[in-house]
Design a binder for this molecule. Structure first.
Ligand code: SF4
Ligand code: SF4
Length: 437
């Protein structure tokens, strides 16, 4: 068989052949919902992979665009009755596109910027003082109102539109390397700080550490840890992802922890994939699988241990909360019950469910910067569905989703608070009441 994929990790024909073309996955696919074309659905992309693998189509600008339009949300994997491993297929296809289809200039520029900046918190941090001034001097409002960035580059405009508030906390990591457990030490755990999370959502990391230590966990935070590799891995940047994964494994090498805790859904999914990312690396293969076996989403971990802390109500009255399923928790890690179970433990909380809870919000790593039109449509749908629940609070377990939802809430009259579930748990443990006015 003459294949038009290159020889390196070709999408496997036996996986492609498991698709029986039934089309059940189409309704749950966000790119198909918005674009409405077969080639932008899971089934269409599998047809394309099949054709390329059989030499009947090539990796070119047109076929690549259909792989690029996939959000990697993995909803199709959850839906497929035949158990098609689309996650493995698209993970093998994306590096093929990166190696074999030259990108145009604007694509190259934005990707170079993203891949050289976002996975490196120290590089990103050097821009924070300028961004702080940009926000504090009111330039951000002027730029947004003028829509000038939309005219120059819709992708730059999309990047700017999700920029979170830069605070003094963004400028440095405050958490020490070892934080002792409160009371008896039941577990020793490592915590991964993330890139966006440590810069723009440091309160989420601090809440994570407080909840863990309050429940008998000694916490280790190796200073040498960097990016988990989610961002390049999701975009087919294989070598960069492998290099970042090796660095992460090395940074936890001497910690002897029972579990490695992550509070960002997208990062957690990639960390659990390290065995696969480094499967061709004879030096790291085993270490990578051992590392991945220890990775736990913070909600997954807390649900698996007996909470020893008392929980207080977050308000003097009943609080309506909607939990937003992040795709890389729901579809990627099959975690949906645990966050809800934890939230229900907080007295006075009523959980509501939105329509289309399993549909992607359009964030999808850097998808909302690379494919802003589709992402905007999905973001608006998601926010409308969340608001329609009447909830006072949106509990979001992923920084990318939180940024996307916050952006689209700006265009709505009602603006519920967006917060990570672990922060709610932390407030409840500390007896802090929420101010929702
Ligand atoms: S991926 Fe699964 S659900 Fe979708 S068309 Fe193929 S067999 Fe059917
Ligand atoms: S991963 Fe998501 S966007 Fe991609 S084909 Fe599957 S359902 Fe569609």
């Amino acid at each position: 068989m003459k294949t038009n994929f290159d020889a390196k990790n070709t999408p496997k024909q036996e996986l492609i052949d498991t698709c029986v073309h039934c089309g059940f996955c189409l309704a749950t696919c966000p790119s198909y919902r918005v674009i409405g074309k077969e080639m932008d659905s899971p089934r269409g992309r599998i047809y394309l992979m099949d054709a390329i693998n059989k030499g009947e189509a090539t990796i070119d600008e047109a076929t690549s665009s259909h792989f690029d339009s996939c959000l990697g949300c993995l909803a199709c994997v959850t839906t497929c009755p035949s158990g098609v491993e689309y996650d493995k297929l698209i993970a093998a296809t994306r590096p093929q596109v990166e190696r074999n289809q030259p990108r145009n200039l604007s694509d190259r520029l934005i990707r170079t910027l993203i891949f050289n900046l976002f996975p490196y918190p120290n590089r990103l941090r050097t821009f924070l003082p300028s961004l702080w001034l940009y926000q504090k001097l009111g330039l951000q409002q002027i730029i947004r109102k003028s829509k000038i960035l939309d005219k120059i580059s819709p992708r730059l405009a999309a990047m700017e539109s999700i920029l979170p508030e830069v605070t003094v906390e963004s400028l440095q990591d405050k958490l020490p390397t070892i934080i002792p457990a409160q009371g008896e030490t039941r577990y020793r755990v490592g915590v991964i700080l993330g890139c966006v999370q440590r810069l723009f959502f440091s309160p989420v990391n601090e809440a994570t550490v407080r909840v863990l230590t309050a429940n008998g966990c000694e916490v280790m935070i190796p200073k040498s840890q960097g990016c988990c590799a989610a961002l390049p891995a999701h975009q087919g940047q294989e070598m960069q992802a492998q290099q970042l994964a090796r660095q992460m494994i090395d940074s936890f090498a001497d910690t002897k922890v029972d579990a490695i805790i992550i509070n960002a859904a997208g990062c957690g999914h990639t960390l659990k994939e390290y065995g696969h990312i480094l499967e061709d690396d004879s030096e790291y293969r085993t270490k990578a699988q051992e590392f991945a076996n220890k990775v736990k989403d913070v909600q997954e971990f807390l649900s698996s241990i007996q909470l020893t802390t008392e929980l207080s109500p977050l308000s003097g009255q009943e609080l309506k909360i909607v939990y937003q399923d992040a795709c890389h928790l729901l579809h990627g890690q099959k975690i949906s019950l645990q966050p809800r179970q934890l939230l229900r433990k907080i007295p006075g909380i009523v959980l509501t469910e939105p329509i289309d809870a399993a549909l992607c919000c359009g964030s999808a790593g850097i998808y909302n910067m690379l494919q802003p039109e589709v992402a905007n449509e999905l973001g608006q749908q998601k926010v409308t569905n969340l608001i329609n629940t009447g909830a006072d609070i949106i509990a979001s377990p992923n920084p990318g989703c939180a940024l996307q939802i916050t952006k689209h809430l700006r265009f709505k009259d009602k603006q519920p608070m967006v917060i990570h579930p672990i922060e709610l748990l932390d407030y409840s443990i500390r007896g802090i009441k929420l101010n929702l006015s």
